[in-house]
Ligand binder design. Structure first.
Ligand code: SAM
Length: 325
């Protein structure tokens, strides 16, 4: 369940509460995750977006037939109001009370008004700890980390109206392509101390940063320095997981992902596949690439939705599917 934090604008209090960001590591940029600036005119010409505009009533009947387009002009003005609806009475509760009832509420992420805009955030599992220079905001004694949709494709999908969000307290996740841990860290916040994120990364330099920034600080993150093509070598994964999230940007990643799901995803578990529409085959149109990858999933998965990540990320789409096996 998503909730909106109605944060009264008390400028003085805001200033005092925002923890000044200092890069926790020497390297300023996430070496792998692409840092995108705000949408430009060029970005809006992304072929995925052009082919798949915002959903119409007919389009939503077949999640495969459409890759959800970016928010419309109206939507981008207030993603909270447009995408998630206005705040409810529950949503305006004190964040500390919500934290205490997290188990019952399945609270996942929060909307915080910051610098005049509604931003996504997660409650920091490790107060005071930053992962990628994100803002830390304290509200009524609870610390939140702003979740940057230009740095995390999962946050971009939320901004673009993601409907299936299985990450919650206690969720067990297998995450392929941890990189330096931007998205993993927010998933770790959400699943909490009783959840688990098995995070697979094969590049040793990146993995070192991931350990420094994320895994050493978070007991619910299990780093697995392995090739995702060899799921049998993940000795630390035990039992089945609720969610498999795949973002490895490999031409054969759908096959790799399916092999991992066959080994570790529970029946009816959810599968998130980030498709880098330009890396798989540069000669093909992005829309076709997404459709071809979806076709490979149909035998074992029910396709739930497909989201274009533009304008936050112009080269990727995300497919969410349910495992039928
Ligand atoms: N998911 C990350 C995030 O949101 O913060 C970004 C992932 S980045 C696009 C892709 C990552 O997948 C890279 O760090 C790369 O080293 C890793 N990767 C690529 N192929 C892999 C493989 N076969 N096994 C494990 N990791 C792999």
């Amino acid at each position: 369940m998503m909730e909106t934090l109605e944060v009264k604008e008390k400028e003085a209090e805001e200033k005092a509460a925002v923890v000044e960001t200092k890069d926790p590591v020497a390297e300023e940029k996430d070496p792998v995750a692409e840092v995108k600036g705000p949408a430009t005119e060029t970005e809006t010409k992304d072929p995925v977006a052009e082919v798949k505009g915002p959903a119409t009533e007919t389009e939503t009947k077949d999640p495969v037939a459409e890759v959800k387009g970016p928010a419309t002009e109206t939507e981008t003005k207030d993603p909270v109001a447009e995408v998630k609806g206005p705040a409810t009475e529950t949503e305006t509760k004190d964040p500390i009370q919500r934290e205490r009832s997290l188990e019952e509420d399945n609270q996942s992420y929060f909307w915080i008004k910051y610098e005049g805009e509604q931003k996504i955030s997660t409650e920091n599992l490790v107060p005071g700890n930053q992962v990628y220079k994100e803002k830390l905001i304290i509200k009524k004694g609870v610390e939140f980390r702003l979740w940057d949709p230009f740095r995390s494709k999962l946050a971009a999908a939320i901004m673009n109206g993601l409907e299936n969000f299985p990450f919650k307290n206690k969720t067990k996740v297998l995450y392929l392509g941890a990189s330096t841990g931007t998205t993993v860290s927010h998933v770790s916040d959400i699943v909490g101390p009783n959840g688990l994120v098995f995070a697979v990364e094969h590049a040793s330099r990146v993995a070192r940063d991931f350990l420094d920034r994320v895994a050493t600080h978070r007991s619910n993150v299990m780093p697995i320095l392995q090739d995702a093509r060899k799921p049998k070598e993940y000795f630390s994964v035990f039992g089945k997981v609720d969610v498999v999230y795949v973002d490895i940007a490999q031409p054969d990643q759908t096959k790799i992902a399916i092999d991992n799901c066959d080994m570790f995803l529970k029946k009816e578990g959810l599968f998130f596949l980030v498709i880098k529409t330009r890396s798989i085959d540069v000669t093909k149109a992005p829309k076709r690439i997404v459709e071809e990858e979806i076709q490979k999933l149909r035998e074992k998965f029910e396709i739930l939705e497909s989201i274009d990540l533009h304008p936050y990320d112009k080269d990727h789409a995300m497919v969410i599917a349910k495992y039928k096996n």
